[in-house]
Design a protein around this ligand. Sequence first.
Ligand SMILES: O=C(O)CCC(=O)C(=O)O
Ligand SMILES: [Fe+2]
Length: 345
Amino acid sequence: MNNQAKPVDIFAPDFLRRRQDFEHLWLYLLKGGLDKQTRDSLGRSSATYIARAVGPTLFGKNPIPFDERDRPAIKALQKTGYAPVANVFTDAEIDEIHQYFQGVPGSISGGTASGHGFLKDVPPHAGFIHFHAAVACACPPIYRLLHDERLTSLASAYLGAPATISLCTAWWSFPAPGGAEGMQMYHHDRGDFRSVNLFVYLTDVTDGSGPHAFVERTHDMTVLLPLISQRFGAQPENFQKFWQWMEQHRKTDADVLKFFPQDEVKSFTGAKGTSFFEDTRGLHKGTRPTTGPRFAFEIFYSVLPKFNEEVSPRVRAELKLPPGLETDTQKLSPLVRYATRQILV
Ligand SMILES: O=C(O)CCC(=O)C(=O)O
Ligand SMILES: [Fe+2]
């Protein structure tokens, strides 16, 4: 871990009592110190803790409120790890988002490229351009979505605690030469011990333009353990091999298919606007595009903040937003104000 590279005065009386010492310990536990069973348990406990610490201020004595129409989505998330939802952007908003991201710089990576620049500057051999949350949140349709109380309630009800938006990002993936890299290989996210993502396609996504893929029921031990017990319980060697393999951060497609039949791998193709929630503690990847690029957007809702990222919220009142969007923080619903506090103040 990079914290070990920094000189730390281990003889100082406040060593291990400072905020950053605890953040480093927390990240170590999250990113390698604990097995999945323990990580998921910690996620549940931290949700209980946050619900008790924050819930009374937001909702009084009431449980986390959510729209009854979202009950099936919450159930589907619990059971399979994902849930399609109605398109969150209109076609006109998607056009506006495309326009917006042509005019702001992002981080170019993948293939043999790296650097900072605009979409028009991305070289043909690059794999990605990612736009930072501080840039994305000022795009009016995205700003509106970040403040969508119904979506935030859905995410919170699934998490079991008022959600924190720890990240929102838009990114293009390109059909660059070379093999799958980074998030194009199956992996599980470790942004928090408990989290859920909203993904939105901003271009049409076919098999050739890098569909997102997810291995059903791999997100939470309450569903994964019964599944694997049933599948490999009678073969102790395979059972053990599976859990060791699960802890590897990145996995090949061939290895995934050794443990899971193809029909348990959900591949999300769909027209631009396609929107779905997914618990990315489960195995997933963004398939490497082969025939055309893909533009996507995501919001990462978690129970605790993402400690490996600095908080640098934008000031709402300073954003140049069109009328109709609430920019007075004091006037927001308490849940939305709480959820967006890492990104906007
Ligand atoms: O590009 C994709 O579909 C995968 C993205 C991913 O792995 C993530 O957002 O955690
Ligand atoms: Fe991921």
